[in-house]
Design a protein around this ligand. Sequence first.
Ligand SMILES: [Zn+2]
Length: 413
Amino acid sequence: MTSETPESFATELRCIDCGMAAPLGYRLQCSFCGGLLELAYDETALARRGPGVLAGTGLWRYAPVLPIADPAHRVTLGEGRTPLLECPALARHLGVRRLRVKFEGPNPTGTVKDRSSTTAVAAALQFGFTATSVVSSGNAGSSIAAYSARAGLRSLIFAYEKASAPKLLHMAATATDLVIYQGVYDDLITLWDRLVEDRLFFDCGASRNAYKHEGKKTIAYEIAEQMGWRVPDVVVAPVAVGETFIAAHRGFSEMERLGWIARRPLMVAAQATRANAVASAWRENRPLQPLRIGYTVAEGLAAGNPGRKGEWVLRILRETSGVAGDAEDEEILRAQALLARAEGIWAGPTGVAALAVLQRLLAEKAVDPDASICVIVSETGLKTEAPPPSRQGIAFDEESLRRLVRERLGIGG
Ligand SMILES: [Zn+2]
């Protein structure tokens, strides 16, 4: 094996509830208690080798802490290695000491989903599946379809009827089969999840598959590596079902145990107010209760029933003194405009929800403005559908053009 194809140190699956171990295989829950599974690694070897065990570029640089053994299965479209942007103007605007944005828009399909799609589709190859499927509001669907195409697998994508036109176009172009469903994510996911048991396709959903989930852990590794194996004091992550939040926390905790970083950051869970099952349960200190939700501009956060992953997010928040919050659609759209104008970062509403929630938590004094803060902005704005500004064109001659330029730039005479 060359240094460009580092080996995986994955050893087994382990139940997050009862701790029962299971061999590495396509298993979606604990056979003993039905709990969710997470991957375990040879941490003694990883601690001994240190970050020097990493090799190559992009997401598969982190292959030692991912569960894909054969380098031939490591399908890639060039995901990962997204920028960690210092945002001084935005920090001044929010009144915080130091703010960074981990911007996931530059991923191949424009979202953080590519991190989990690459390991999901790689795992589908690893376990000999020929088809993938997912239920999506748009981002996961286009991402899974693209990675499945890249791997030569069929993809059966169920897409939200209110998904934006750019996302639907993207899915139609890349999916083998695209089916539009009525209602919201929660309406279909329970039925689809039952079909997963029939093994007609590889489960690329967000609710159970540990192999898919694991790819998103690389966002934590990348943030730490980009900061020279240090971490911010606070990381704000969006929560729909909880995959990005849980995986980021997993990554930071793992690095802390391995001694690669000194301590993990405080995690903040960010939701849209119109789909705030986790944030409201956290605030009211009660168990998770599914919500019946309507439309939110943060389409990717439109899940009212995060299920067991939602409970996992709550467990992390309670065990680590984390914080949860939510933001109204209007606040999310204002945060989108602010991020674009203040820092030139154009993100979709799903992507900036975490920033909107941070603003609210700062106003409520629930987050320390003297902390160094990193906000995960999970998607590009280029796949968002919105009415364009006026298309009323102006006819120019040289003189009227000169006049307009001087006027707009405030140049007198
Ligand atoms: Zn168990």
